[in-house]
Design a protein around this ligand. Sequence first.
Ligand SMILES: Nc1ncnc2c1ncn2[C@@H]1O[C@H](COP(=O)(O)OP(=O)(O)OP(=O)(O)O)[C@@H](O)[C@H]1O
Ligand SMILES: [Mg+2]
Length: 335
Amino acid sequence: MSALLEVDQLAVQLPIGQRLRPVLHDVSFTLARGEVLAVVGESGSGKSMTARAIVRLLPPGAASSGRVTFDGTDVGSATRAQLRELRARRVGMIFQDPRAAINPIHRIGDFLTEALVRDRRMRKAEAHERAVAVLGEVGIDDPGRRLRQHPHELSGGMLQRVMIASVLLAEPDLILADEPTTALDVTTQAEVVAVLGDLRRERAMAMVFITHDLELAAAISDRVAVMYAGYLVETLPAAQALERPIHPYTEALLRSRPELSRRMAAIPQIPGRPLAAHEATGGCPFQPRCSYAIERCAAERPEPVRLGGESVMCHRAQERRAAGSAPVGEGTLVR
Ligand SMILES: Nc1ncnc2c1ncn2[C@@H]1O[C@H](COP(=O)(O)OP(=O)(O)OP(=O)(O)O)[C@@H](O)[C@H]1O
Ligand SMILES: [Mg+2]
């Protein structure tokens, strides 16, 4: 069966200062129906831009190349009406801050049922019933009462569940979740992640889940895509992400996760600072910070290499795989 989503050599440039500068470079990946891909990487690495490019919600003045195919349709040449339909029905979006996405003066019930009544010509009573059911599904007690409330009467975690419920009502084939739990406290984060996990199992919806947190990424997904400076540097099966990543950047991310650092004498920060996509020069974008870099890495940008279930953009990928890459254990990086 063909993939639900195919992203092929996607590149995006944005007007920054007086010039168009690259923010995404040749990003390629596919997503099968029902599959969950987590996208991780530091701030500014291009995670949100990748999600926005999928539904062509790029900032004004953006230029792009490459191809995004959703369920056989080339999104790049879709008409406005097709894009509207795509965003309303086929691809649901959940963002970091639900308060920014929900009109504060409308009741939760209106927010949830509006599209069903307007676009799907559903009777109000039926739409209401559907909303009650779906709120129950995302773990909201007393949904009837919640539907009569306004957004300010709900906590951030509750509101994010409402957001998820609104996406579910549209029954999309793909959910783009851009750091949906970042604005929430740790306990609520875990609850919202559990809700998404349940839905994934029960409804088999495909999802692109964006997060800074490699551990969360591995827990929620089938595959993890790691971005750095606008490049997709490694795509690997989730189970492998916390065990044996091949790309040195993924390995560095793994070593610097707070969970591990807390138990170590020194916090192993990745040396140097993240590079903006437009700062990347001829070589590997991670080379200036990479402790495995060799001469070739500064001179020549690596092409992604396919290794089994992985795709790795590193000159030393084969070698690192053969060596089993460095095991990441307690104390390995204390210096
Ligand atoms: N509207 C915009 N105009 C100009 N540059 C932008 C715009 N939006 C994003 N960028 C730039 O594009 C690059 C990628 O941004 P993107 O938002 O995709 O990063 P991200 O990985 O989602 O980061 P974060 O984790 O902080 O959300 C960054 O360098 C950012 O500064
Ligand atoms: Mg972002």
